[in-house]
Design a protein around this ligand. Structure first.
Ligand code: DOR
Ligand code: ZN
Length: 368
């Protein structure tokens, strides 16, 4: 954890509920949050991780980048059934399904998606941009009839906002995407609601802030907590490798400011992305950071560090459902300021995965 967050943790923070306004907050109640971007995977990995998400969040937008990807409503319904089956007994959790955009998708699939009621968005992966994005989109023009149907039926488009042009430096790929792809897309489909996922740069913060009400962004806990130095502390750190990459400290600062300022078009999306340890600790390791085991708790650290715990509820529990036009959750969760130790690994079938903060402390705990 960075020094400024440590310092913030000791400073008095305005208590959202009033009476102890000048003493540090040690207990925080908020409407149950939702995760607007998560990878739950399938099979043994799904069985290993889904409880972590379901314990904290009432709903989650589930990414479709399985292998093979979720491209039809039929596949989304079947995947949804597998997620529900993998939940622990008694868990109340609603997976919000998404479809994986391809150049072969037809507008009729969007009509079926809307009618099915369980598909809440379509995800755009530039071909080759990240894990299981090989079947993603090379050229957006063949997708225009699908995007027009989404605009007409009000089904949001979720963007992995990075160019894949090898001539563009990998740290600049998000900023270049904004001008090269997002702006033309917004001009072509002004009514299409879009979410720029897991933003990492000041440029993205400024672009979304200046954009119309149809444009929102999710922000991960790891991009709020870490800058790119975390990739190289004392050696190469594969468990801090994700896409889009962590950026410079100044960009992290811009993300923290955006998340904590109470702007309704920036909301929580963990992008928790589990991979087996051997796939991360490899000569060509996979991108993805697992945070679902401590997701809300990690965001609480960020908001406390920014003296903005009173704004966590908006970011985590209100702005997301408002943008997706879903009801806010009625039940509540409680966070307690009580450090706990993250285990070094989490079992995942015959494999293990290494969670963020493995073997280290998280400052906040979710009450049972
Ligand atoms: O770090 C990432 N991991 N970024 C993505 O876009 C995909 C994800 C995954 O599926 O592992
Ligand atoms: Zn993702």
């Amino acid at each position: 954890m960075s020094d400024d967050l440590d310092a913030g943790a000791r400073r008095p923070t305005l208590a959202p509920d009033g009476p102890q306004a000048s003493s540090p907050v040690t207990c925080l109640s908020l409407a149950r949050p939702d995760d607007w971007h998560v990878h739950l995977r399938d099979g043994a990995m799904l069985a290993a991780v889904v409880a972590d998400t379901a314990r904290r969040f009432a709903r989650a937008i589930v990414m479709p980048n399985l292998d093979p990807p979720v491209r039809t409503v039929g596949q989304a319904l079947a995947y949804r059934a597998r997620i529900l089956k993998a939940l622990p007994a008694g868990a109340r959790f609603e997976p919000l399904m998404t479809l994986y955009l391809t150049e072969a998708m037809r507008p009729e699939e969007i009509v079926r998606a809307k009618a099915a009621g369980v598909v809440h968005a379509v995800k755009y992966y530039p071909a080759g941009a990240t894990t299981h994005a090989a079947l993603g989109v090379r050229d957006l023009r063949p997708c225009y009839p699908v995007l027009a149907a989404m605009e007409r039926l009000d089904l949001p488009l979720l963007l992995h906002g990075e160019v894949t042009d090898p001539a563009v430096d990998v740290f600049d790929r998000e900023a270049v995407f904004l001008e090269r792809h997002l702006l033309p897309l917004m001009r072509a489909f002004p009514g299409l609601r879009m979410v720029l996922e897991h933003i990492t740069t000041r440029a993205a913060v400024e672009f979304v802030s200046a954009g119309p009400d149809t444009l929102a962004a999710t922000i991960t806990a790891h991009h709020l907590l870490l800058d790119r130095n975390a990739l190289f502390v004392g050696g190469l750190r594969p468990h801090h490798y994700c896409l889009p990459l962590l950026k410079r400290a100044e960009h992290r600062g811009a993300l923290v400011a955006a998340a904590t300022r109470g702007h309704p078009r920036f909301f929580l999306g963990t992008d928790s992305a589990p991979h087996p340890r051997h796939a991360k600790e490899s000569p060509c390791g996979c991108a993805g950071i697992y945070t679902a085991h401590a997701a809300l708790e990690l965001y609480a650290e960020v908001f406390e560090g920014a003296h903005a715990l009173d704004r966590l509820e908006g970011f985590a529990s209100q702005y997301g459902p408002d943008f997706y036009r879903l009801p806010r959750n009625q039940d509540r969760v409680t966070l307690i300021k009580e450090p706990w130790q993250v285990p070094p690994t989490i079992a995942a079938g015959a494999d293990v995965l290494v969670p963020l903060r493995a073997g280290e402390a998280v400052a906040w705990r979710l009450a049972d």
